[in-house]
Design a protein. Structure first.
Lengths: 256, 305
């Protein structure tokens, strides 16, 4: 990467970081409040009646899922809303007319989403530690899963931003696709507890693999093969990366 | 070397509107070039294609020899664009907007800040550098877009209606600034609704209408095509009907305002002689419109850009 391109990349990244830090009450605070409520209601109040799950207290069991849920929703919405806002104000033209290569633009936005995911992940984890103790089984794997998953959803958010024509379009996917899949992705329960049909159906939910891999990295227990999960996430990242790059090159959603 | 070469450029939009029909023109390096035309003629589409905001249907565009099909990044590096519509993030400060734009062109923050100070001072925006763009007046926003386009020091500056909505005093300041930039060697392409702007600043002019280039020549040659001018005379005494001025077409705009068309072959002296003979006293006179505007109306059949 040449010096000029590096300056362009850091400009986008810095802009993205400043954006989500400046509007922290819309980007960082909501997850902290929502997750605190989850920990209190599901983990503390209901969890004491549910008992152990996978050899851990219910509170400990749901923490990885809830952290992952925060990471992917924040990574997704950071990129989709930031990119669409630029389109809406036509300030995306500033980037379109610049000599920045498309991959640099993509990486700038995606890394911005990854960093917001990490920020929120750390905040939610710190809140979780107020309710229970956690021993992280595989710290490096945990970091890898967080980065890969947030990159995947940042790329998905970018795709949404490219296709979106109005503000409603960037809330449809999180509301009607992301949230249901997350809830059904084993955040609050083990899919092994489901009847055979629903268990098999759950295996088609991509978020299950992320939650499961993350849970394995934190607690050391998993419902699906972690290697398969990691490969699946990497393949999704590659596919989305090239899809976005192709659309950016064609000017879809940003050029007339 | 030419700053811009356009060859057989065609653009058909998805709704099948043919915005540009096989147009070709060149802009020499260092030129101050006007691209004029009525609304919907294809000016903004042409500018959009040059600056890669619009995909072309066919044809070639080269910026300082860089083909936008094969060397797009090199071509983009040469261009600074001041678009017609405000297109910055209104929640960012003036300084943030211009320094960020320079960053996209690979200009390090330190240099970008130095240049920002220079150009913001030059265009009277330095004391507004920390103000959010949404708080700026229309004229300030226009100047902000000019500064933003200059920070990476482009060789070709494209100004799409840069003085629209700007008061006359500020407009004149901006004209001086544009002349200064051109004198420094920056090639400028200007589209404007103010034809006196194009007439006073540009050396070469192309007129585009309905997607076709109908004129493309230097200003002098173009203005020679204008075979008459209309003058407005303000009279001391009111007239009931148009006077009979031999050899001149004239009509009363109101009882003390007389419009007279004077052909190139005619002399205004003979007009004044006829006024004196008919006891018509003239207080003052002016051109009905500038010469380029009269020519524009004749060529396009439209009264306003």
């Amino acid at each position: 990467m040449s010096k000029e391109v590096w300056v362009g990349f850091t400009t986008i990244l810095k802009k993205e970081i400043i954006r989500f830090l400046r509007i922290w009450s819309q980007t960082l605070l909501p997850s902290a409040i929502t997750m605190t409520l989850y920990f209190v209601i599901f983990g503390h109040v209901l969890g004491s009646r549910v008992g152990d799950m996978g050899g851990f207290s219910y509170m400990q069991y749901i923490i990885p899922g809830l952290v992952m849920m925060s990471i992917i929703t924040n990574a997704y919405s950071n990129v989709s809303s930031s990119f669409f806002s630029l389109k809406f104000q036509h300030s995306i033209d500033e980037i379109t007319i610049s000599p920045l290569p498309h991959y640099v633009v993509l990486w700038g936005f995606v890394l911005g989403g990854v960093l917001r995911g990490l920020f929120v992940g750390i905040i939610v984890t710190l809140i979780a530690l107020c309710f229970t103790s956690l021993h992280i089984a595989h710290p490096l794997l945990m970091l890898a899963v967080v980065i890969l998953s947030s990159a995947l959803f940042s790329l998905a958010g970018f795709l949404n931003g490219l296709f979106a024509k109005k503000f409603d379009d960037i809330s449809i996917v999180p509301t009607f696709v992301l949230t249901p899949l997350t809830y059904l992705g084993g955040v609050f329960y083990s899919v092994a507890l489901l009847p055979p049909f629903w268990h098999k159906l759950s295996l088609f939910n991509p978020i299950l693999y992320m939650v499961s891999a993350f849970r394995f990295s934190v607690l050391g227990v998993s419902e699906v093969n972690t290697v398969h999960s990691i490969i699946f996430i990497i393949l999704c990242v590659i596919a989305l990366y090239f899809a976005n790059l192709r659309l950016l090159s064609s000017g879809y959603g940003i050029r007339n | 070397m030419n700053a811009l070469e356009i060859e057989n450029l065609t653009k058909t939009y998805k709704n099948r509107v043919l915005a540009l029909d096989n147009i070709s023109f060149e802009v020499a390096e260092g030129d101050f070039f006007a691209l004029l035309g009525p609304n919907g003629a294809g000016k903004s589409t042409t500018i959009g294609i040059i600056s890669s905001l619009v995909n072309k249907t066919s044809g070639k565009v080269r910026v300082f020899g860089h083909d936008i099909d094969t060397e797009l990044e090199a071509a983009k590096r040469c261009i600074g664009l001041v678009p017609q519509e405000f297109n910055f993030n209104i929640f960012e400060s003036v300084q943030q907007i211009v320094v960020q734009q320079a960053g996209y062109y690979g200009v390090p923050a330190k240099i970008a800040n130095e240049r920002a100070e220079f150009y913001l001072n030059k265009l009277g925006l330095w004391n507004k550098r920390n103000v959010k763009a949404r708080s700026l007046s229309g004229g300030m926003k226009r100047r902000l877009m000019i500064v933003r386009a200059l920070l990476h020091e482009p060789r070709l500056l494209i100004l799409d209606e840069p003085t629209a909505g700007v008061d006359i005093e500020l407009r004149r300041t901006m004209w001086e600034f544009m002349q200064e930039l051109n004198n420094k060697g920056i090639t400028i392409i200007l589209t404007t609704h103010y034809l006196e702007e194009a007439e006073s600043m540009c050396r070469n002019i192309a007129i585009i209408d309905r997607g076709h280039i109908i004129e493309n020549t230097n200003k002098k040659t173009l203005l020679q095509k204008l075979n008459s001018e209309t003058f407005i005379f303000y009279l001391q005494k009111p007239l009931r009907e148009s006077p009979n001025l031999h050899g001149f077409n004239c009509y009363l705009q109101d009882e003390t305002t007389l419009a007279v068309e004077v052909h190139n072959a005619q002399q205004i002296n003979s007009l004044f002689e006829q006024f004196s003979a008919q006891d018509i006293v003239v207080n003052s006179m002016r051109n009905k419109s500038n010469r380029l505007e009269e020519l524009f109306v004749k060529l396009t059949g439209k009264g306003a850009l």
